[in-house]
Design a protein around this ligand. Structure first.
Ligand code: C2E
Ligand code: CA
Ligand code: CA
Length: 341
């Protein structure tokens, strides 16, 4: 993880002790840091850092004096403040996709005004010993282990492939994939997602990562750097489960997200006056910050109508859709009977 403050011309790097970039760990003035790179790299990194404006991505490959490559990925967060990840990898390095028993199921996310499909959330499903496909909770209950670190690249690749196919068929949709804290802390995942987006020819922001605050809370600075890097790689960002657990408004202020998913429990209570006021205020706040609002876990169409009246953008839940396996995904584009009949 790296952060840059132009005002004091200081770049701070957190690199794992004993890792391939450990010699870069610490606080550097730009001048002293540049001495670690070859001549060409010095210009490549100094110019964007000095002139970046809020939102500008940073995507710079440099060569260290010992000949090893490093990749700075990130974005300007504010005037003179940029953050990101450094990946120590050969150009084009990818995570290893081992044999995996994971496959995504796709749950539609619908526009509340038209009930047409705006996108999907990819949810991991696993092949249980009896051959059935089960969700993460069932897998754990069966004594299985979800190694999310190994799952992320597979989920990303398979979800991106499906997304590219759907978009190729003329469906203007997005795809949201869940990432845990451990996953976003893996710098190679950013290389991976950049390569996936590039190879699939996807426009910026249609492949999105869903992140729970709880996941990122363990390391706020690290998460901000990682999210900036994901953005520079072309991914969109969605905050999951806002309003549950350790939600904080500082998150809304700091995170460069495209959208927020509200806690399902809160959304389901929306027909109660007090909950309604809370969801209304949250929706106004989030939309006012330029982000979309998704109400998730909605099982009742009357609740969805209420959420529409309040101004939420999207709905996801059993009221309209179960998570679909890939062969069944076309069903999502059948017209919805708004009455549910
Ligand atoms: P989540 O990200 O909050 O996902 C939403 C969960 O709500 C999913 O459960 C989904 O099937 C379920 N759901 C959708 N609509 C409704 C509804 O109307 N009512 C109710 N009661 N539930 C609904 P699922 O698939 O069992 O996933 C559980 C959690 O596991 C997810 O919660 C997410 O945190 C995690 N997860 C799933 N796939 C992945 C993955 O690929 N990577 C990571 N890191 N985590 C994943
Ligand atoms: Ca999610
Ligand atoms: Ca959620």
């Amino acid at each position: 993880m790296w952060s840059w403050y132009a005002a004091d011309s200081v770049l701070t790097i957190r690199a794992e002790a004993g890792g391939p970039l450990s010699q870069l760990d610490g606080r550097w003035t730009l001048q002293s840091l540049l001495e670690q790179f070859d001549g060409l790299a010095r210009v490549r990194i100094a110019t964007p850092l000095r002139s970046g404006r809020p939102g500008d991505p940073i995507d710079i490959r440099v060569t260290l004096l010992d000949g090893r490559p490093a990749h700075f990925f990130g974005a300007f967060h504010d005037h003179g403040v940029a953050r990101g990840l450094i990946v120590a990898a050969e150009a084009g390095a990818r995570l290893i996709h081992g044999e995996s028993n994971v496959e995504p199921a796709f749950q539609p996310i619908r526009r509340l005004d038209t009930l047409t499909v705006a996108g999907f959330e990819a949810l991991a499903r696993f092949r249980a010993p009896d051959g059935k496909l089960v969700g993460p909770d069932t897998l754990v209950a069966l004594g299985g282990d979800t190694d999310w670190n190994a799952i992320a690249p597979v989920m990303l690749a398979k979800s991106a492939e499906t997304l590219a196919q759907l978009r190729g068929d003329g469906h203007d949709v997005f795809m949201q994939v869940n990432l845990s804290a451990a996953e976003i802390a893996q710098p190679l995942l950013v290389e991976e997602i950049a390569a996936i987006i590039r190879d699939a020819g996807l426009p910026h922001g249609v492949l999105r990562v869903e992140l729970t605050e709880q996941a990122a809370m363990r390391d706020f600075e690290g998460a901000l750097g990682a999210l900036a890097a994901f953005r520079a790689a072309g991914a969109g960002i969605v905050l999951d489960d806002f309003g549950a657990g350790h939600s904080s408004f500082a998150w809304l202020a700091e995170i460069p997200a495209d959208g927020v998913k509200l806690d399902p429990k809160l959304c389901r209570m929306v027909r109660q006056p007090r909950a309604c006021r809370i969801v209304t205020a949250l929706t106004g706040l989030i939309r006012g910050l330029g982000m979309t609002v998704t109400a998730e876990g909605i099982e009742d169409r009357m609740v969805a109508d209420e959420l529409h009246a309040i101004g939420c953008d999207f709905v996801q839940g059993y009221a309209y859709d179960m998570p679909l396996r890939l062969p069944d995904i076309a069903v999502a584009f059948d017209p919805v009977n708004p009455s549910g009949a």
